[in-house]
Structures are given as C-alpha cells and as structure tokens.
Design a protein around this ligand. Structure first.
Ligand code: KG4
Ligand code: ZN
Length: 337
C-alpha cells in the first residue's frame, strides 16, 4: 500500500511516500524567511506553505517513482500547530484524497515524533520510554504498545527547544537557536557558569526550563553584554554551560524513567533530539544501566512528513484507515493518554 504523508504544522513544508510502512521518499522545504524575525511568523508560514505544498508533494512522488494514481491513502498532520499552516496541508490532503476517492487520515504531530525512531533500521522494542523534546513540547512518555502510552511528566513552562531559541536570541545568535548553540557549545567550557537544574530531587518527571533562560539573562545583564559586540569565547562558554544544564536534566529523568519501569529502550525525538551533546550523554548513560538510546537521524528529528507517515502506518495497523473529509485543524491538539 502506498501512502502519501503531509506535514505543514509549523515552518517546515514536507511530503513523504511510504510503501507498506517503508519510507520511499521524503522532501522537506524549510522556510528560511523566519530567521530575520527571531521566530516563526504564522502569516508568513501559511503563505509559504501555499507556495510550497504542490512542488513538495510532486517532488516526493518523483523521488519515490510513484504516480498520483498509485497512492492508496493520504496521512496529514491536523494538530498541534499553527492554524493557518495546518489548513494548507489538510486542505491539500482532502482535495487530493477526494479527487482520487481514497482515505485521508489525520495524524497528531506529537505521535509523529513519538514513532519517528521506527523510520530507522535499528528499531526500539516495546515497551519504551520516549523523551519528546521540541520547540513546543518536553514530555516523558511510557509507550507500552503502539498507540498505548502514559504521560509521565512534561514541562511546566518553556519547552527545551524554546529555551534553546530564547537563549540564542539573548545572545544574538538568530533563529532557530538549537543548531547554533549545539555548534558553539562544542568549543566552550560547560563548567564556566553554573545554571539551575530544576526538579532534580526524588523521581519527579516534571521539567522547567524558564529558570535557566532567566539565569542567562541575569548573567548577560551583570556582564553588560552587548550582542552587537559579540565576545566569541564568552558566548561559547555560555552556550556550553547552558546546554550542559539542559542535558543533565533530560538525561537524568529519561534514565530514572527507564529504571523505574524496567524498560530497555529509550527513544528521543523532536528537534532537540538532533543535539549532539544530548545524543552522546544519553547514549553513555543508557549503556551504563544496560539500556539503549535510540535517536532518529537529525533529518527525522525536526519536523518532517516521514514521521507522520510512520505514525499513520502504526495507526492503520491498530485501527484501520478511516475516510475523514470532515478533518479540521486542531491547533491545541493534545496527545491522548
Ligand atoms: O520538532 P521541531 O522541528 O519543531 C517543533 O515541533 O517544535 O523542533 C524545533 C526545535 C527548535 O526549538 C530548535 O531550536 C530545536 O528544535 N533544535 C535543536 C537542535 N536542532 C533543532 N535544539 C538543540 N540542538 C539542536 N541541534
Ligand atoms: Zn515538531
């Protein structure tokens, strides 16, 4: 069965083709226009999706050597995300499906991240602990079987990716902040500054990242830092120290959860899973407790349609596809537990 998957919830316009759950192609068009505004501008994002959606889908079909007639179903993200951006993907998916008389299935964007590790050959085993860390979410989830999961904890304020983005903005490093902080941190001293690590007592699975961001702000004020006159060494040390604080918390909680539930696989997904420091720290800690950490390749960590396709495949195996032309954008769509 050939599935066309579409993702347009934020600033990535993406399409993928999967055959019986195996990825045949994925095309991702990132909207660079937002970088000069320091964050995603919803109106610009939806306009860009309008321009990109047709060429992106056509390219994904071409790369998969599949014609429109060979597609048997369409999967599309229907939330959470920006309403205007979601509307573009959903409208396209419905028009494509209704013109061909094939089913369309709505996928929760977070379920996409949750199952993205299954796009790789080396697949996690159920049950597993999932750490979903993106620009909008930080969640620790116990996935018992496909589409059966319990929320263990989440952030009470900023998401991990949001903290990277806000700190990068304070340092004048542009948007998105994660990749540039990741790069700068590699050459900095992680012990140069001590930033807070929240909720580290006991076995709390809750997170908080706004305190770290505020500490960076106070430090910059104290140092009278002027982003127009960047001090490379200082910036590298702040990046390394900030990143170390975030990683310490993420790793400790993921490992505690794996221990508590006796789980051998830990899956990390979402944009922040692309972070090199997090990847190596969690890999080492997981090995130490006899578990294994699974990270999708960076391309599958940030928003992409391949993960929407694989989540739709799991959904299909569990519930069967449903034709749903009443599908609506749901900007605040939550994961159901
Ligand atoms: O999953 P994603 O593409 O979009 C959302 O659903 O939010 O995640 C984007 C987030 C941004 O906050 C970005 O700064 C962060 O992921 N990110 C990273 C890295 N690459 C992207 N954070 C840390 N290190 C990275 N290498
Ligand atoms: Zn995402």
């Amino acid at each position: 069965m050939n599935l066309l998957a579409i993702e347009s919830s934020c600033d990535e316009c993406s399409a993928a083709v999967l055959k019986d759950g195996a990825l045949k192609s994925v095309v991702i068009s990132s909207q660079l226009i937002h970088s000069e505004y320091g964050g995603v501008v919803p109106e610009l994002a939806s306009r860009a999706h309008m321009e990109l959606i047709v060429p992106v889908v056509e390219e994904s079909l071409k790369k998969a050597s599949a014609s429109k007639e060979e597609i048997d179903s369409v999967a599309v993200t229907y939330g959470p995300g920006l309403a205007g951006s979601l509307i573009v993907g959903i409208s396209f998916a419905k028009a494509f499906a209704s013109s061909r008389g094939i089913p369309v299935v709505g996928v929760n964007h977070m379920e996409g991240h949750l199952y993205s590790a299954f796009l790789e050959d080396d697949k996690p085993e159920f049950p597993f602990i999932a750490l979903v860390v993106s620009g909008g979410h930080t969640m620790l989830i116990h996935v018992r079987e496909p589409f059966t999961h319990d929320l263990l904890g989440q952030t009470r304020d900023d998401a991990a990716g949001e903290a990277f983005d806000k700190v990068a903005k304070l340092l004048g490093l542009g948007y998105p902040g994660g990749p540039v902080i990741d790069k700068m941190a590699k050459e900095g001293d992680p012990k140069a500054f001590k930033f807070p690590r929240a909720f580290m007592d006991g076995d709390s699975f809750e997170f908080s990242f706004s305190g770290i961001k505020t500490s960076v702000l106070y430090l910059l004020k104290e140092l009278k830092y002027d982003p127009d006159k960047p001090d490379e060494k200082l910036v590298r040390d702040i990046c390394a120290s900030f990143q170390a604080a975030v990683i310490d918390v993420l790793v400790a909680k993921a490992i505690n959860a794996a221990r508590k539930f006796g789980v051998k696989s830990i899956v990390v997904a979402g944009g922040v899973a692309a972070n090199r420091g997090l990847r190596s720290a969690l890999q080492a800690s997981a090995e130490y407790i006899g578990a294994k950490a699974f990270f999708p390749r960076p391309l599958y960590c940030t928003d992409n349609a391949a993960m929407i396709g694989i989540a739709a495949h799991f959904k299909y195996l569990k519930t069967g596809m449903v034709t749903d032309l009443t599908l609506k954008p749901t900007p605040n769509l939550a994961l159901s537990f």
